[in-house]
Design a binder for this molecule. Structure first.
Ligand code: DGY
Length: 349
């Protein structure tokens, strides 16, 4: 344990974790908790003022843990616990060099994000943005039911298209949970792209195909993925290696009736290229929960202007149950690292 008799260990918490989870930290009398008091992201200035001498920090996606933050904290820093599964805001190399443990929150959010991924695929195909806006403006009375009014491509297998292919950029836990949900929709095929440094595993793919009764599960390159998918799910980590992986070239290769769903990170998709693809109808629609440069996404943003683009303000994991799970995991990761208890989810590199 890092506890030294008589001296409390400073822990900086960048956001109040709520009445169910804060007590987990407050009941540890060995800790001196410094908590950002407001209901908005903590200011960088506040973080840097409070972090010197801290042994641990609990952060959100909004807090960049870069060299400046590490240096300002000083050699006392032993653990960074982020309330997120993503960790591109944390310099992992520096953490390794300085022997700082990293906690994150995988697994607890997998189902919530898979749910919203399917929701966005449905919303993007079925013109939900245009139609709910129409009703919201009071215009329903002006548009009677019409034989082909507001039609969009069907997500589930149907009498015209008896095969359906799901494409995944990234094929981790959330992609696989999303695939599971698509099986009752009659999906027949799956193509995916993985981190180039991981080894292809055709046996595992055949096993996945058998498990879900799919005709095929194949690891492919980007071109094939774009061309074959009825829905493309972007579900890979952010960061430099996936930056703008969905660009003009990719979007031009997609089917005209396909939809793109991004529930990962905004940086994977070139927003201008996607706006152009929607405007010029290279693809049918898009459903995105994340946008590069968020939260600065106002009415003048090219994707907000596209009627075929459903835009959500990063709420993929926002279920009551999941956020409680994430906050609890974040608190327990911190405590685990400080008190030599098991960390529920330590990020190992
Ligand atoms: C994460 O955890 O990384 C998500 O983006 C927020 O739930």
């Amino acid at each position: 344990s890092h506890f030294r008799f008589g001296k409390r260990m400073k822990v900086v918490v960048s956001r109040n974790l709520g009445p169910d989870v804060m007590p987990l930290l407050q009941e540890r009398k060995e800790l001196e908790l410094v908590v950002w008091p407001e209901d908005r992201p903590c200011e960088r200035k506040w973080l840097l003022e409070n972090i010197p001498g801290a042994i641990g920090v609990v952060v959100m996606l909004s807090e960049k843990m870069d060299q400046e933050a590490y240096d300002t904290a000083g050699p006392s820093l032993r653990v960074i616990s982020t309330m997120s599964v993503g960790y591109e805001h944390i310099d992992l190399q520096l953490a390794a060099q300085r022997n700082i443990k990293i906690g994150y929150t995988p697994d607890v959010l997998t189902d919530a994000v898979a749910d919203i991924s399917v929701m966005l695929a449905l919303m993007a195909g079925r013109n939900v943005r245009e139609t709910t806006e129409l009703v919201g403006r009071g215009d329903w009375p002006k548009t009677a039911w019409a034989p082909f009014g507001f039609c969009g491509p069907q997500l589930s297998a149907n009498w015209i298209h008896n095969t359906r292919t799901a494409g995944f950029i990234g094929f981790g836990r959330i992609s696989q949970a999303t695939l599971t949900r698509l099986i009752p929709f009659g999906f027949t095929n799956c193509v995916y792209m993985s981190n180039p440094s991981s080894k292809p595993n055709p046996e595992a793919d055949a096993e996945t195909a058998r498990r879900y009764n799919l005709r095929s599960v194949r690891r492919v390159g980007l071109d094939e993925l774009a061309a074959e998918s009825d829905v493309v799910f972007v579900l890979a980590p952010g960061g430099a290696s996936t930056y703008h992986i969905v660009n003009e070239d990719f979007l031009r290769k997609m089917k005209e009736t396909a939809v793109l769903v991004n529930t990962a990170r905004g940086t994977l998709v070139d927003s201008d290229a996607l706006a152009k693809a929607l405007r010029e109808k290279w693809i049918w629609g898009a459903g995105i929960d994340v946008v590069e440069g968020e939260p600065s996404v106002g009415l003048d943003h090219p994707l907000v202007k596209e009627p075929r683009c459903v835009v959500l303000p990063h709420i993929g994991s926002a279920t009551i149950e999941t956020r409680l799970g994430m906050a609890t995991t974040a608190a327990k990761n911190l405590l685990g690292a400080l008190f030599d208890e098991p960390m529920p989810a330590e990020l190992k590199r």
